[in-house]
Ligand binder design. Structure first.
Ligand SMILES: Nc1ncnc2c1ncn2[C@@H]1O[C@H](COP(=O)(O)OP(=O)(O)O)[C@@H](O)[C@H]1O
Ligand SMILES: [Mg+2]
Length: 357
């Protein structure tokens, strides 16, 4: 029997529906249940071929347990090593390299010094930073948000540099990004499952939470939808996420990727609505079954994205024009890359660095 487990926190509608759907669709020999953990011993397998992880971003014990599960052969969705290493600012840099439009974004050191550091710890950071260049790069209004945030926490719309310094002084030890505002005429949120199944959902972030997923909006331009679809696939294949959402703000017909580091995306029926919920339940169940079927006992069954694969194989990020593409298939695990890194505590700066020019 191959078991598919789901690991989750406070959410209720998705986990239950997921388990029910897998058990409806699965051929004999595969079944789903809620993950149950009563002990974790090093290099000892949990009894799951596949685990859908919806919560380890908030529970470090689970993240470590999932890495241990991965080395014993569980296909963890999403790859816990990559999720630990990844953050929004890197994602933006990757998007630029892949030719996916993103707003101009600068990385901003934390306002407060990280615990256990002092002024002495910042020998390499200029004081003050070149704020004028940073502000000129992003312009105002601009958005400021955590470099590895989510759930709209600490997202600020800023009108000028005084506003920036004021809000920045409230952000404590969080490393922030300052980002060009995209004034959009359309906005989309897209599920991507398995780096291949995509659902593009018109979304209105300016509406109250429960009315954001637009149900009866005007039809969108087919060419735009195709571009969005292709960007979603590119980003997720390179990042190596099995389950993610990508948000786009469309300005002058160009979709800019705004937020695409959501490895435990909202899938609650009350926010996404019935049709999107049905799609995400059905598609994730189908994909989890695929992963259970392709699981090879005892070996690495994680998805490693093309960014890591090309890097580990000393290949260019994108196929070089005129050369036969030799980049490995997206699903093929690159065995040499599993160099896990604990959640990146970025080396932020000190309060002193934000002194106004
Ligand atoms: N650069 C931007 N231009 C325009 N709107 C933005 C921009 N960045 C964020 N927003 C708005 O703020 C919301 C939250 O920001 P987002 O980057 O999605 O953070 P989170 O990961 O917390 O959801 C977005 O859904 C969008 O409405
Ligand atoms: Mg978002």
């Amino acid at each position: 029997m191959k078991k598919i487990g789901i690991l989750f926190g406070q959410e209720r509608s998705f986990p239950e529906a997921f388990v029910k759907k897998v058990n409806e669709l699965a051929p004999s020999g595969i079944k789903a249940e809620f993950v149950s953990i009563d002990k974790i011993f090093q290099a000892e397998a949990l009894d799951y071929a596949v685990i859908i992880d919806r919560i380890s971003q908030d529970v470090p014990f689970y993240r470590a347990a999932l890495k241990n599960a991965a080395i014993t052969g569980t296909a963890v969705i999403n790859n816990p090593f990559w999720w630990s290493a990844d953050e929004k600012f890197f994602n933006n840099a990757l998007a630029v390299k892949l030719g996916v439009p993103v707003p101009k974004t600068a990385l901003i050191p934390s306002y407060e010094q990280p615990t256990d550091t002092s002024d002495q710890s910042f020998s390499n950071l200029a004081f003050p930073l070149d704020w004028e260049a940073i502000f000129e790069y992003t312009g105002f209004p601009a958005y400021m948000k955590p470099f590895d945030g989510g759930g709209w926490k600490e997202v600020y719309k800023l009108h000028d540099k005084e506003d920036f310094f004021d809000k920045h002084s409230q952000t404590k030890q969080t490393v922030m990004m300052l980002q060009e505002e995209i004034i959009f005429d359309a906005y989309f949120r897209c599920y991507c499952i398995g780096g291949k199944y995509v659902r593009v959902m018109p979304y209105e972030p300016r509406n109250p939470f429960h009315l954001r997923y637009v149900v009866d909006g005007p039809p969108s331009d087919e060419k735009l939808l195709k571009t969005i679809h292709d960007h979603v696939i590119t980003l997720n294949q390179y990042l190596g996420y099995d389950f993610n959402t990508v948000e786009f703000a469309v300005r002058d017909g160009i979709p800019y990727a705004i937020d695409f580091c959501n490895p435990a995306p909202d899938a609650d029926i009350n926010s996404v609505g019935q049709e999107n919920f049905d799609w995400v339940v059905e598609t994730s169940a189908k994909y989890a079954i695929e992963r259970a079927q392709s699981n090879v006992r005892g070996q690495d069954n994680l998805t490693w994205g093309k960014y890591l694969q090309t890097a580990a194989n000393a290949q260019p990020l994108l196929p070089v024009a005129g050369k036969k593409a030799t980049s490995p298939k997206s699903e093929a695990p690159a065995k040499s890359v599993a160099k896990p890194k604990a959640t990146a505590k970025a080396k932020p700066a000190a309060k002193a660095t934000t002194s106004k020019k």
